[in-house]
Design a protein around this ligand. Structure first.
Ligand code: GLV
Length: 325
């Protein structure tokens, strides 16, 4: 099959990310490929007309499509691809690949770090430190630091990240129940698995509910008021998936009422989180600014997928690694 791209020497690759040094990492590999890097939406718009390949995540806007007559392949910098209009890509014969796997280690480690931080109350310790306050020991056992060994973790989304988290959690002695779209795929690293339809039955056993699923029509709003009410008293929520998997007003209500003990959120409905969001002011909420996937290896991990896919496209192959469209 003919390649959708111009030949190697003529293909123009555009990197668009606010922080990552993708162009620099590519140059260090000595590929000889022509690339350009932008860091703002304005510069991205200006560069779109000459791009054959776009490597992007959060800077993507649907209006960019009409500025890009040459565009044939979009490589997502993120594992999630919920922001891209897949039908429009199909209609315009633009291929899309996710970066699934690039942040598997980082997100799983971040999730276990958040689970440990909530149990050991590191967020509260840091708040005390900021006030130079040496907190006394806690008599009330219901609010004292706790252990995660022996506790039950329910993980929604048993893909690469969820499985890795399951392995880490089991190493800490947790019992792990996975919830996945197709339970016939098995429990993998978890102790048990159920389908999404059985979510409510396992929530009643959860000391920790961790979300590692993609945002899809089936997962949007999955953790609603009823799901939060089904959790064990004293349960905590860890979200390293997407903010919209959780009904945010219901989450805020559950935190206010004490129905949910604490939450660690790497993602929220609106990012950056607006200054007036009530989530900022709960001491029992630990926020990280969508950084679960960050790692110093990020650029190299994305380039591995990008260069593999470029070689496939140049040789006329249609089976992209991590193909989405
Ligand atoms: C991060 O959220 C990603 O999708 O990789």
């Amino acid at each position: 099959m003919a390649s959708p791209l111009p030949d190697r020497a003529a293909t123009r690759i555009l990197f668009a990310h606010v922080a990552y040094r993708l162009s620099e990492a590519m140059a260090a590999r000595g590929t000889g490929l022509a690339s350009h890097e932008v860091r703002t939406l304005e510069d991205l718009k200006a560069a779109m007309p000459s791009a054959d390949v776009l490597v992007v995540s959060g800077l993507w806007r649907n209006e960019l499509l009409d500025l890009a007559p040459r565009l044939r392949y979009v490589q997502s910098i993120g594992a999630g691809t919920d922001q891209f209009p897949k039908d429009s890509f199909r209609a315009r014969r633009i291929r899309l690949a996710s970066a699934q796997g690039v942040n598997e280690v980082a997100v799983a480690e971040h999730a276990i770090a958040l689970i440990l931080a909530l149990a050991r109350q590191l967020h509260l310790a840091r708040d005390h430190q900021a006030r130079r306050h040496w907190r006394g020991m806690i008599g009330d056992r219901a609010i004292r630091e706790d252990e995660i060994g022996g506790k039950t973790l329910v993980i929604v989304g048993l893909g690469r990240i969820g499985n890795r988290l399951a392995r880490l959690a089991r190493a800490f002695g947790m019992r792990v129940i996975g919830v996945r779209r197709d339970p016939a795929l098995g429990a993998c690293a978890a102790d048990e698995v159920v389908g999404q339809a059985d979510l409510s039955t396992v929530l009643a056993r959860a000391d920790v509910l961790a979300l590692t699923c993609p945002l899809t029509p089936e997962t949007q709003g999955l953790i609603d008021a009823a799901a939060l009410a089904a959790l064990r008293p004293g349960a905590v929520l860890v979200n390293v998936a997407r903010g919209r998997v959780v009904d945010e007003p219901a989450l805020i209500a559950a935190l206010r009422s004490g129905r949910l003990d604490a939450a660690a959120l790497d993602c929220v409905w609106e990012e950056p989180m607006p200054p007036d969001s009530p989530l900022w002011s709960f001491p029992q909420v630990l926020i990280t600014p969508h950084t679960a996937g960050e790692t110093r290896r990020y650029e190299e991990n994305v380039l591995d997928i990008l260069l593999d896919n470029l070689d496939r496209l140049w040789s006329g192959r249609t089976d992209l690694r991590n193909a989405v469209v």
